[in-house]
Each structure stands twice: as C-alpha cells, then as structure tokens.
Write a protein that binds this ligand. Structure first.
Ligand code: S3P
Length: 448
C-alpha cells in the first residue's frame, strides 16, 4: 500500500502582541490512543469524552474497528468502543494504516502480539523511517513473528503468538511506547509479564489499565520501576473523560510568554508529573505561569494555565528531565532563542528518532531564522537574545516542528514561514484557528 502524494500547505506567521483569551486545547494524544485500544479489548462498551479527533488518533480508531472492535462517534462528540475481550481481536482484512503515528503502531503491535492473528502494518514516509526493532525485539521473545522491511522498519507483518510466553524485560531506551507495547502484550499472555524501567517515562498506560481493572503491580527497586501485569484477566469497559494535551498547550503557552502584553488562560490541561517538564523548565527561566483550579479528573491531575508575557533567562536543562518533556524540546528551543543567555539541553538522543530527526530539524530552523546554535549527538545549545526571523523552515513531515516555528514568527521581527503545515492535523487540527483567535497572525504566505 502506498500513500498518495499529499498537497503541501505553506504557512507564514508575523509579529503579534497582546495575545488575549481563554482557550481549551484538544484531548491528550497519549491518553486518546490508549482509551481506544484498551476499550477495544475490554468487555462491554467504553465511552470516551474529549477524545483527540486528529489524524493520528482517527487512524487508531480505524485500526481497532478493523481488528473487530466497533468504534463510533455520536452526535454529542462522544466516542463508543465495543470491546471484544483480551483475546478477542481478529485478523484485519486490509493493512492497518497508522499514518504518521509511532504511538499508534507501536502500542497496537503490543495489543495484537499475543493473539494468534496476522496483521500488516503500514505508515507514511516519516513513520516508515522510524525504528520498530525496539518493539519487535521484546515481542519476539514473547513468541511473535515479524516480517519487516529492511532495518526493522515498516511496512511489517505481525504474526501474533499462538503460545505466548510472559517475559521480564528491561527497557534499553527511555520509551513509554516500548513499555506500553510489552505490557499490552502481557495482557493476553499466561503468567506475569514485567517491564523494568530504569528511567521513569509517562505512565498513562499504568494508570488507565488500572482503571480498566487490569492486575497491575508497580514497585521500585534500586531506583528502577518494576511494572508487572498478570495476563489473561478480562478488562472492564470504562467511561473516560480526556483532559487537554499539555504537549499541544505548549504552543500557545510559549507564544503568550514571548509576545509582549499577553495574558491568556488555557483551561483543563492535563498535568501528570511525567508530562510537565516544559512547565518546570519555563518556571526556572522566569516564566509567569500560574496553575489555577487544580483538580483530579479521570485519575489525572488537571489545571488551568494562566500565562502572562515574561522576560526569560537561559538555563541548563538536565538530561534527567528529558522523558517528562520529550515532545517539547522544539518549542523550548524557540523560547530559548528569546531568553537572555545561552540555554543548554542535554539527553536529547531520542529526538533523533521522532517524526523527524528533531534535533537536526530544530537546529536548521533556528539557524534559518538567525539564531546561533551548537549541537552534538545528544545536546543542543541555543544562544538567546531574540530571533530575527525571516526564515523558511523545512518541517520534514513533523507537526511539532511546524507549530514551533509558527510560534517563533509571532515574536520575531520578520515573519517566519514553514514549507508544509499539513502535518499539524496529525495532533492539533485547531492550532491555527486557536492561535489566530488569541491574536496571532498566521496565514498563507501570499495572503494579504
Ligand atoms: C508517547 C511516548 C513518547 C512521545 C510520543 C507519545 C506515548 O514516545 O514522544 O509522542 O504516548 O507513549 P517514546 O515512547 O518513543 O519516547
């Protein structure tokens, strides 16, 4: 299966000030994928309010339906998933297309792994370059067989294990996707499957599986988290309400900090501590961010972010913080280019294997806009003082590169532009409308 060449949509962003308003960002992407997948293997009907209706998640919904778990959206925008049980998924008739989404394909591989089905998994050009060996390796130990393209990449065919074997697996990379894939495979393996996580990553799988009634235990030994799941217990359907995605909130948040005279509130943002590294870092840089109306919703911490424009100063961002802000380095690099002094970010090796090589794409984008940088295999240094702007940024099919450099244009002297905004729809289709509603000036480059 091949993807039709898509139409590129260039966009430009010009200097703006005084961003004002109260907004809500769409539902959390990590939770949305998981809600659909766990609902698909639960017993009964799961309902999901606030599901992120973006391309990545819609592809996951389609994949669940193709595996036998009916999904539908009602008129009120609530999604319904008819679960088929932990052993109930069936071979899809056509290849499962995960588009741009690493989370979609890697978690689905785990979900399918210990059911004797056969599924072909495909994705777009960006996803087809990304490493799948990090997931196929532990799943092979559990009895799954894969036929993959060269270098353990997509497209691949998964032959689910007929006689699944539970494993104890120590994560070689700090990846919530790999952790989740192994735990999901464990749900239909006999006995106990354990993932040892030396560095904590986002824990939505653990929290949501527990809510679905999975037999999960989490212990800490010598600083590492041990997460065990007892297999072949059925899950119970849930009614879920998904809060706003902090990784999407990051863009209007930084825009408001950088544009003079701004005062905005982003309501209902998920504030799970495994996701708040960007807020921690921006507060250290002198940002005026207040968390209001803190509450627990659907098992997650949630709050409203009240942000006022701020003068930022540089910091050193330690490698230990990388897992809690792994998707936020592009927008942090934009913030750093307006801070006083040189900001250094360490522990960035995983950025090389995201939707693009994000370290290279961010650095090229900064330099195109007159910002001085230095980098190594896993670090980036950004010289602050203000980005002149004026550059055209290549997004490499990466939504977060696109959104980051449109935010830069709102604060730089000359407009910034991006070669293609179409991938923003993978995670945040409302981005341009929401930003312009606050007072940003984002439009097609030749628009008046
Ligand atoms: C995600 C985990 C992270 C993150 C991605 C979403 C998840 O990837 O970058 O956007 O939902 O589990 P890795 O697990 O590869 O770090």
């Amino acid at each position: 299966m091949t993807h039709a060449p898509h139409k590129t949509l260039p966009l430009a962003s010009s200097n703006a000030s005084g961003l004002k308003g109260r907004i809500k960002v769409p539902g959390d992407k990590s939770m949305s994928h998981r809600a659909l997948m766990f609902g698909a293997i639960a017993i009964g009907e799961t309902t999901i309010k606030g599901l992120l209706e973006a391309e990545d998640v819609v592809n996951t919904a389609r994949a669940m339906a193709a595996l036998g778990a009916e999904t539908r959206r009602d008129e009120a925008g609530v999604w319904h998933v008819q679960g088929v049980g932990v052993a109930g998924l069936q071979s899809p008739e056509a290849p499962l297309d995960f588009g741009n989404s690493g989370t979609g394909v890697r978690l689905a591989m785990g979900l399918m792994a210990t059911t004797p089905l056969v599924a072909r998994c495909v994705g777009d050009a960006s996803l087809s370059k990304r490493p799948m060996g990090r997931v196929t390796k532990p799943l092979e130990q559990m009895g799954v067989r894969f036929e993959t393209a060269e270098g353990n990449r997509l497209p691949l065919t998964l032959h689910g294990a007929r006689h699944a074997v539970p494993v104890t697996y120590t994560l070689p990379v700090a990846s919530a996707q790999v952790k989740s894939a192994v735990l999901l495979a464990g749900l239909n393996a006999p006995g106990v499957t354990t993932v040892i996580e030396p560095v904590a990553t986002r824990d939505h799988t653990e929290r949501m599986l527990t809510a679905f009634g999975a037999k999960l235990t989490i212990t800490e030994k010598d600083g590492a988290r041990h997460i065990s799941v007892a297999g072949q217990h059925e899950l119970k359907a849930q009614n879920l309400d998904i809060p706003g995605d902090p990784s999407s909130a990051a863009f209007p948040l930084v825009a408001a900090l950088l544009c003079e005279g701004s005062d905005i509130t982003i309501e209902n943002v998920m504030l799970n501590p495994t996701r708040t590294g960007l807020i921690v870092t921006l507060l250290e840089m002198g940002a005026d961010i207040k968390i209001e109306n803190r509450r627990i919703s659907g098992g997650e911490e949630v709050g409203d972010l009240h942000i006022k424009s701020s003068r930022l100063h540089s910091v050193r961002v330690p490698a230990s913080r990388a897992p809690s802000m792994i998707d936020e380095y592009p927008i942090l690099a934009v913030a750093a280019s307006f801070a006083e002094g040189t900001t250094c970010m360490e522990g960035l090796e995983e950025l090389r294997v995201k939707e693009s090589d994000r370290l290279a794409a961010v650095e090229a984008g900064l330099q195109a806009n007159g910002v001085s940088t230095q980098s190594g295999p896993d670090w980036l240094e950004v010289t602050g003082g203000g980005a002149p702007g004026g550059g055209n940024v290549l997004t490499h099919m990466d939504h977060r590169i696109g959104m980051s450099f449109l935010v830069m244009g709102a604060a730089s002297r000359f407009p910034t532009s991006i070669d293609d905004s179409s991938f923003i729809a993978t995670s945040f289709p409302e981005f341009v409308g929401l930003m312009n509603g606050l007072g940003a000036k984002i439009a097609a480059p030749d628009a008046p």
